[in-house]
Design a protein around this ligand. Structure first.
Ligand SMILES: [Zn+2]
Length: 282
């Protein structure tokens, strides 16, 4: 129904926004300690994620993992779990509420309730220079969910099996030995590594554009606890045109794990789980 705006509509619109979660009181990651520990770290594992596929990797607490572009511009969809408790996993929505729509160096991937603690801290981002472009686009978002076959089916009646959701489901099932049906329930909203996205200013719609990533660019993380990760090389490639099909040019992604030298993290320990007492006022 067409609406007549109230007489004070402009005044109401002109009210200045306030930040929902001022983050000055968030625990500050010890970036200097991480930097020093990273210097002498040695590579202990690498996993090449084939184009339009996903694979799992494990990172011990106190180690680093790096996701690199190789061969050509490619976007990756990242899931993280506590390797010792798969019920604790990445919480995209709360990470967005705490840090903003896109993550970069010094920011963290937070875990689900009732844990709500950092799973990983971003310690390196070669695309940090990109910032926010004139369209409101930026890199490494926590606003998209993951490309999935259900939305494709809803919008165009397709049966496409190499969406990130299905890639992550197959990889997680293969890694843990559980059924596909059970594995699917563990797959969650992702960190869209290297993806360039935003919301259109006029209609507020989710948009993507060609990723600025080039071979040798990377995003690097410090593992705050023992992690199980899964990364999908999105069938959207650089996400310049479309996903959920085999049309886009796609490339592999490289995951490398680096272990610091003994004693390099002197005084550091994994963050405890959240301190709320969980009595919920009952
Ligand atoms: Zn995808």
């Amino acid at each position: 129904m067409p609406q007549t705006p109230p007489s004070d509509a402009e005044a109401r619109r002109a009210i200045r926004p306030v930040i929902c979660y001022p983050n000055e009181t968030l625990p500050t990651p010890p970036m200097e300690l991480y930097r020093a520990a990273r210097e002498g770290a040695e590579k202990i594992e690498e996993v090449l994620i084939p184009a339009r596929e996903a694979a799992c990797f494990r990172v011990p607490a106190g180690a680093f993992f790096r996701i690199s572009s190789v061969e050509g511009p490619q976007v990756g969809d990242l899931n993280l779990w506590n390797a010792n408790n798969l019920g604790e996993r990445f919480y995209s929505g709360k990470s967005r509420a705490l840090h903003g729509t896109h993550l970069t160096e010094g920011e963290r991937m937070w875990s689900s309730f009732p844990y709500l603690r950092p799973l990983a801290t971003i310690t390196g981002d070669t695309l940090g220079w990109y910032g926010m472009d004139d369209y409101g686009g930026s890199v490494h978002d926590v606003i998209g969910t993951r490309c999935d076959p259900y939305t494709g089916n809803l919008l165009s009646g397709t049966q496409y099996h190499h969406c990130c959701h299905s890639n992550l489901t197959r990889a997680f099932a293969a890694e843990t030995g559980i059924s596909l049906a059970e594995a699917e329930g563990h797959v969650h909203d992702v960190l869209n590594v290297f993806m360039c996205t935003g919301f259109t200013r006029d209609t507020g719609q989710y948009f993507m554009k060609a990723s600025p990533v080039r071979p040798d660019d990377y995003l690097e993380f410090f593992a705050e606890i023992d992690l199980l990760g899964a990364l999908s090389a999105c069938p959207g490639g650089d996400c310049s045109a479309q996903h959920s099909s085999d049309v886009a040019a796609c490339y592999p992604l490289l995951v490398e794990v680096f272990q610091p030298q003994e004693g390099a993290l002197e005084g550091w320990e994994s963050p405890p789980i959240n301190g709320y007492d969980r009595s919920h006022g009952a």
